[in-house]
Ligand binder design. Structure first.
Ligand SMILES: *Cc1c(COP(=O)(O)O)cnc(C)c1O
Length: 428
């Protein structure tokens, strides 16, 4: 086959890409096996819940008795292997779903104990940690927050968690952030989450173990609620929406807790019974159906990025062959110029808005300037190939997504090429 060139990418870089792909074969096989399992799980959930054409009809107004909405939440609960779920486009983003869960469960004078260090930037505002404090935060409602830092930025400090659970009766929730967010710590596997949940429940059986599951769905064979977590939440413009859901989020887990959250999502009294679907059900179903496959493609894209940039002499985390618990890949690019050029390269290799030139900006909810590359069909979707980075040491970029591996690989090669053209690429 004669290979045609659609983009101006150096032969040297293309050769490096081929070597990289040979290296990462075992990682790809692992990803394909997991995707096959998860795809079967989701397909079985569709079949067992008798999803039919009638589930795609549209409702308006209160949306009472919307069969499509109700069954979608059953399918999702089955896919997550937990008791119950809320899955709606009415969640405006992942932060909103997490916020509804926090306000749904916590009451004045309760303490939320985060055992994975400082939570994700936008959650800090929700808790009341931003400066100046955001109006309407948990703190304003008298809900306290404590955190336990990770040991060596890796291990959850279980002894300290047990100590605090024993000494502070107000701790109602143990909060775990599975994904790394804008940090360089490893993401937590569901097995590690099980260790934490088991330890917490041993000391205090009634404590609610809640997981920020953003970027984690369908990366492993099972989800946190199978491993002792009581509740979890995430975004539909990340993994669980399969790149098709146009917006939304979910909360899933124990039935009684999901019900409490439903009263915060809508109103006390009405709960989950309201919420029209306005014709979006079909794409929500399609997104969930595609999610295991799309997550696999995103993981392959991440592994390729890790492989290519480590061959180029950069530190990357996770390593190409490391076990993954989320779809995020960090590349330590070391200088602001390299970081900005990489992000601009990813943008220029995107299907939508390739002509835009991203610049660092002060994004609401974040403390440092942030640069974001996202040439996506859905605004801000990070299951589509995207890269973002706060402009701070060590100038690491966090890339994620890729609806299909061939496009993801191309995007990364274009970004590397841009760096090379500016003399910013090591070892080349
Ligand atoms: C994406 C993300 C969130 C939620 O962010 P949104 O942009 O509001 O969807 C929360 N926690 C983590 C770890 C995330 O990656």
């Amino acid at each position: 086959m004669t290979e045609r060139k659609f983009f101006d990418i150096d032969d040297k870089l293309l050769a490096l890409a081929e070597e990289t792909e040979a290296d990462i074969r075992p990682a790809f096989e692992r990803i394909e096996r997991i995707a096959f399992q998860n795809q079967q799980k989701v397909l079985a959930a569709f079949i067992n819940n008798h999803i039919g054409e009638n589930c795609f009809t549209s409702s308006t107004g209160y949306g009472y008795n919307d069969i499509g909405r109700e069954k979608l939440e059953r399918v999702f609960a089955d896919a997550m292997e937990c008791e119950d779920a809320l899955l709606r486009y009415n969640f405006m983003c992942g932060t909103h779903a997490l916020t509804v869960a926090l306000f749904g469960i916590l009451r004045p004078n309760d303490t939320m104990l985060c055992v994975t260090g400082m939570p994700y930037d936008t959650i800090q505002s929700v808790i009341g940690l931003s400066n100046p404090p955001a109006s309407g935060s948990l703190a304003e409602f008298g809900i306290r927050f404590e955190k336990i830092d990770l040991i060596d930025d890796r291990e959850v400090n279980l002894d300290e968690m047990r100590r605090q659970l024993r000494s502070d009766a107000s701790i109602k929730m143990v909060y775990i952030q599975r994904s790394r967010g804008y940090s360089l710590r490893p993401s937590l596997t569901v097995e590690q989450i099980e260790t934490i949940a088991t330890a917490a429940h041993e000391v205090k059986p009634e404590v609610v173990v809640m997981v920020d599951n953003c970027y984690g769905e369908f990366v492993q064979l099972t989800e946190p609620c199978v491993h002792g977590a009581d509740l979890m939440a995430g975004s539909l413009i990340k993994n669980a929406g399969g790149g098709i859901a146009p917006t939304g989020g979910y909360i899933a887990g124990r039935k009684d807790l999901v019900e409490m959250c439903s009263y915060r999502l809508s109103t006390p009294g009405t709960g989950r019974e309201v919420g029209c679907t306005l014709g979006h059900s079909r794409e929500m179903y399609m997104g969930l159906f595609s999610a295991p496959h799309v997550v696999g493609e995103a993981l392959k894209t991440a592994v390729f990025g890790a492989g290519l940039f480590s061959r180029l002499g950069y530190e990357v985390t996770p390593l190409p062959d490391e076990l993954r618990a989320d779809i995020i890949q960090s590349l330590l690019l070391r200088t602001p110029e390299a970081l900005i050029t990489f992000c601009q390269g990813i943008q220029s290799g995107s299907p939508v808005d390739s002509m835009a030139l991203p610049e660092p900006w002060d994004m609401p909810g974040y403390d440092n300037k942030i640069i974001m590359a996202s040439g996506s069909f859905t605004l801000g979707s990070s299951i589509e190939l995207s890269a973002d980075a706060p402009l701070r040491e060590p100038y690491a970029v966090w890339m994620q997504g890729g609806l299909n591996y061939a496009a993801g690989k191309t995007g990364i090669l274009i970004a590397a090429q841009r760096m090379s053209e500016k003399g910013l690429l090591k070892n080349n």
